[in-house]
Design a protein around this ligand. Sequence first.
Ligand code: ZN
Length: 179
Amino acid sequence: MKKVRCPKCNSYTFFDETRYQPGQRLVFVCSECKKQFAVRTLSGSSQTPSDFLLKEENSEQEAFPKGGWVGSVIVVENTFHYRQEIPLEMGDNVFGRFVQGTNINKPIETVDPSVDTRHCIIRVQRGKDGQLQYILRDAPSGTGTFYMNEILRDQDRIRLQDGSVITIGATTLIIKLEC
Ligand SMILES: [Zn+2]
């Protein structure tokens, strides 16, 4: 059995993953708050709970390519967590460690104590040329945000590229811009 976390109330719903194919889109109704939400299974990856991506139903992000995705962030597996892929959306994507009652929109499922509950922000915006821009800044965090092994100063705004590597605490993030 695998579990998925409700994006509204954070309670877990369990399901039998062996009944589904990788890459399939599953719709759940939260047993606690009755919210309906969709989950997409990743193809070709190891079967861990974190391989199931949450994506809310009926969100306004649907207007954007790939069902609201304008790229994603790969959280590289380490001793604190499994590999995760977190979709990027327009506006501020606030990353940090998931805790109960979190109010950030891109929580990472990890027990890495050096990742703050609000650590760094990737802002996705459209430039004058019509191209999407991905801008990284520190939240600010206690342990700092590193871009290609260089720590960001408070005023730093880093333009990210496909494959950019960000380090927060002991956790590595890789940017995937595929749109
Ligand atoms: Zn719920």
